[in-house]
Design a protein around this ligand. Structure first.
Ligand code: CMC
Length: 426
């Protein structure tokens, strides 16, 4: 037996194996702890718990490193495309030219939605938040594609993965168009993934829509930056939902629901709202004081894993400048507030001591707004991009022989057993 950790409790001593991955902290394998020592571990929020083995994404939060299948995020953002990153996450390797061509064809030819699907949107209130539409509409995919919901069949798992990656932009664009009260725009097979998405969002029947290569590249890079992030809350939700054998469309809908929260994907919307609320550079010190007095949090700051600059935030900041320059908004007052706020926070002991740095959401709101999206769409774009991460992690889980239904335990602190009391005696 290799290295072990010993746990002694109530006269029982258990030797627990230590597992080592390619990188990252060693892991104490506690699987036999309950059976041998009749004791649980307690870790709300999973701050010290590895919930699975994975070969997809690695984060070193202290060094600010993010790797997908071993490739650094900044290299992927600079040199790759979102679809190529999708292939990489799903299949484990970068595709050769032929593999990429086939993959691109598969995704492109799955972008259309079943015609009846469009009637679904009309059921939502006109002012429905696009994320509310996403949660419902993506779950509804399971009622349209019965031929790819058998999770035991590897072929069906691939088809449902391709369908989800391909149809998310079409659904997201429809959620946006419905929110704006404009007619739906159908996908076109001669356009790239991101070009097609921007066209479905921004073209109107009354005029021709011309792609802008700088903005298309920025959109693609934003998708790359959000593609996967290891065992975050929404990914863990997808894995947990999938562990019961639920179909992939339902599992992704569960992931979208979790992503919506302001501590997770909802932070990009909240970060932009916060900058707007601050209003001007002069108001920053008062706002920062409010954060220190714990009246509110600095949105787009802090991360459970990164205790150094989020590597995605660096690329996002650069993309933000490029987009603002392209659309002629380099003097965007919100950008000025963000830059100043970042400078003040990074030098303030409150933030330094707690290792709070800007995360990916700090600059994404300003960038997405410059691309033409309202704040309500920001988390939808995150969901669109994260779908490939969710589905890759879901597939890895289903294909893992050690996979079991997720079933945590608890410390019960409620009432001890007692007898029922009739209503007239209470
Ligand atoms: N502003 C002010 N203080 C903060 C913040 C913040 N954004 N984040 C953490 N802290 C403080 C917190 O009050 C605590 O201080 P103390 O030790 O004195 O009580 C300390 O830092 C540790 O905080 P925590 O809540 O234990 O940290 P966590 O790992 O549970 O939370 C987080 C991580 C992302 C939920 C949190 O940093 C946060 O709420 N950030 C703002 C929301 C946000 O930007 N979320 C997007 C995350 S990146 C995109 C994604 O993956 O979804």
């Amino acid at each position: 037996m290799g290295e072990t950790a010993k746990v002694s409790f109530g006269g029982t001593s258990v030797e627990l194996p230590i597992l080592k991955g390619t990188d990252g902290p060693a892991v104490v394998d506690i699987r036999k702890l309950y059976a041998e020592a009749d004791v649980f571990t307690y870790d709300p929020g999973f701050t010290s718990t590895a919930s699975c083995e994975s070969k997809i994404t690695f984060i070193d939060g202290d060094k600010g490193v993010l790797l997908h299948r071993g490739y650094p995020i900044d290299q992927l953002a600079e040199k790759s495309s979102f679809l190529e990153v999708c292939y990489l996450l799903l299949n484990g390797e970068l595709p050769n030219a032929k593999e990429f061509e086939t993959f691109q064809h598969n995704i492109t030819y799955h972008t259309m939605l079943h015609d009846q699907f469009d009637r679904f949107f009309a059921g939502f209130r006109r002012d429905a938040h696009p994320m509310a539409i996403m949660v419902g509409a993506v779950g509804a995919l399971s009622s349209f594609y019965h031929d790819s919901t058998n999770v035991e069949d590897p072929e069906q798992r691939i088809i449902s993965s391709h369908r989800l990656i391909a149809k998310m932009p079409t659904i997201a664009a429809r959620a946006f168009k419905y929110f704006k009260g404009q007619p739906f725009v159908h996908p076109r097979n001669d356009l790239s993934f991101s070009e097609n998405f921007l066209r479905m969002c921004f073209s109107v029947p009354a005029e021709d829509w011309k792609p802008n290569p700088v903005l298309t590249r920025a959109m693609d890079r934003i998708f790359i930056l959000h593609a996967d992030h290891e065992q975050n809350a929404s990914t863990s939700t997808v894995r947990l939902a999938g562990s019961s054998g639920a179909n992939p469309f339902a599992c992704i809908a569960a992931g979208i629901a979790c992503l919506w929260g302001p501590s997770h994907g909802g932070a990009n919307e909240e970060a932009l709202n916060m900058l707007a609320e601050i209003g001007s550079v002069e108001n920053i010190p008062e706002y920062v004081q409010g954060v220190k007095d714990r009246r509110y949090r600095l949105m787009g700051f802090g991360h459970r894993v990164y205790k150094n600059y989020d590597p995605r935030a660096k690329v996002m900041q650069q993309t933000c400048h490029e987009v603002l320059a392209e659309v002629g908004h380099s003097d965007d007052p919100l950008l000025k507030i963000a830059i100043e706020l970042e400078k003040i926070a990074l030098n303030d002991p409150y933030f330094v001591e707690r290792k709070l740095y800007p995360n990916v959401d700090f600059y994404s709101g300003i960038t997405l707004r410059a691309l033409g999206f309202p704040p309500e769409m920001f988390t939808v774009l995150f969901a669109l991009a994260r779908t490939v991460g969710w589905i890759s992690q879901w597939k890895e889980m289903i294909e893992d022989p050690a996979q079991k239904i997720g079933r945590p335990r608890q410390i019960y602190t409620g009432a001890a057993q007692r007898d029922y009391v009739a209503v007239d005696k209470r």
